[in-house]
Design a protein around this ligand. Structure first.
Ligand SMILES: [Zn+2]
Length: 358
């Protein structure tokens, strides 16, 4: 790897799978060769010192509005309130998900040992050491799981180790937040009974419960029930950018108290005080969110959750090959080697060790 051999970056959220399995049947993007499409491919991961992360399976809503949440930088209208996409049918979600999981397993099989689908914390540590790309199978929303949880057991055996209770729409278990700015994440009802038993079953199986995208009532319900550290794989700080997708101080404190972790999202619309969808957003805004969480709840509880291939990145960063710029920025701000180890991978390893035990 490049300049950060001993600081492999393990990422809380990457949406590259979607561009490869193509839920809408567009031409798949190459992954093993370097292109300038999207944010992630194997050569660019190597260039950026990117050790892997949570690779999301996402079921598109099928609504025409596929834009990225944020206020138009060319207008002076800073506020937005996007409609909540409708719930998804189980059969639709399962067929897309089956395709996506197969895609991940085939990537591993075709990678000539360069990619490892991670099922235990030991495998994660080992892969980061040996510079294999570590991919954790993550579902961004529980739409592919039936309320009897049969599919949860099946997908667990296929490699599922992280489950977001909701994306930004309702499902049988939980309600996500609509994309709104400015706005509070307290946007609707909490977990259903099925949602509560989903959390308990994930705890028992050793599947991480991700609280990104969920509304505040659902967050607090999950916090009450869950026996694992609270984790938000990709989000920001509400006090720095009052989007519904960001966490209030009270939520940050709860994550800290349980020994959990927050992956700071790089989506420009969730970084800025004014909520603008502005690619000129400086990288220092990402560092601001890292600083805020580190100062409020401790360096043990902050990590990175880029949202590569699912969000608008700062131009200064570009794509995954630009990750060393974030490391050197943090280093300049006074983060020493020990702190950088925690933010880049150690915090994730600790939380996964505690969550995946069984
Ligand atoms: Zn997301």
């Amino acid at each position: 790897m490049t300049m950060n051999d001993d600081l492999p970056i393990f990422d809380g959220h990457n949406d590259a799978l979607q561009s490869i399995y193509r839920p809408k049947n567009e031409t798949p993007r190459p992954f093993f060769e370097r292109t300038d499409q999207g944010h992630t491919d194997l050569p660019r991961m190597r260039e950026g010192g990117y050790g892997g992360g949570f690779f999301a399976v996402f079921v598109p809503s099928g609504t025409p509005d596929d834009g990225f949440p944020g206020a138009d930088p060319k207008s002076d209208q800073a506020a937005y309130d996007l409609p909540m996409p409708p719930a998804i049918e189980l059969a639709t979600a399962q067929s897309v998900t089956m395709k996506a999981v197969a895609c991940l397993l085939q990537l591993e099989a075709r990678s000539d040992g360069q990619i490892k689908v991670i099922r235990t914390a030991g495998e994660l540590v080992d892969s980061l050491h040996r510079q294999k790309i570590a991919m954790v199978l993550h579902f961004e929303g529980a739409e592919a799981i039936d309320t009897e949880l049969n599919a949860l057991h099946v997908f667990y055996q296929a490699g599922l180790r992280s489950l977001g209770l909701a994306w930004s729409r309702p499902n049988d278990f939980a309600h996500g937040v609509p994309f709104r700015f400015p706005g509070s994440p307290d946007t609707g009802p909490g977990l259903s009974d099925a949602g509560r038993s989903l959390v308990k079953t994930c705890n028992r199986l050793g599947i991480l419960v991700d609280l990104a995208h969920i509304n505040e009532k659902g967050f607090w319900n999950a916090a009450e029930i869950s026996e694992a550290p609270l984790v938000v794989t990709h989000a920001g700080v509400h006090a720095l950018c009052p989007s519904t997708r960001n966490l209030t101080d009270k939520q940050l404190d709860a994550v800290g108290e349980t020994g959990g972790v927050i992956g700071i999202n790089f989506h420009v619309g969730f970084l800025r005080k004014d909520g603008l969808l502005d690619p000129e957003t400086p990288l220092s805004r990402i560092a601001d969110h890292v600083d805020y969480v580190a100062q409020r709840i401790g360096i043990e509880h902050v990590a990175l959750g880029s949202d590569f291939d699912g969000a608008v990145m700062p131009l200064e960063l570009g794509d995954v090959s630009g990750m060393p710029k974030i490391i050197s920025l943090l280093r300049k701000k006074g983060y020493d080697h020990d702190a950088l180890c925690k933010v880049t991978h150690q915090n994730w390893i600790r939380v996964l060790e505690q969550t995946w035990v069984k």
